[in-house]
Design a protein around this ligand. Structure first.
Ligand SMILES: [Zn+2]
Length: 56
């Protein structure tokens, strides 16, 4: 099944054994999907944002 990453717009092939396959299939073509690369980037950014900034 082909899905499109909502962040970078890249098309990705989702295999049947993908943990999100069933959910994405039930939601259809427009299911919001974020590829691994973007999800890592987003969670990384979120983690950085949560850290209190130390005054220099
Ligand atoms: Zn992406």
């Amino acid at each position: 099944m082909e899905v499109r990453c909502i962040v970078c717009g890249r098309k990705l092939e989702i295999a049947k054994w993908h943990p999100e396959y069933e959910q994405l299939r039930s939601e259809g073509e427009h299911a919001p999907y974020i590829c691994e690369r973007c999800s890592t980037m987003i969670t990384g950014e979120a983690r950085e944002a949560q850290q209190p900034k130390k005054p220099m």
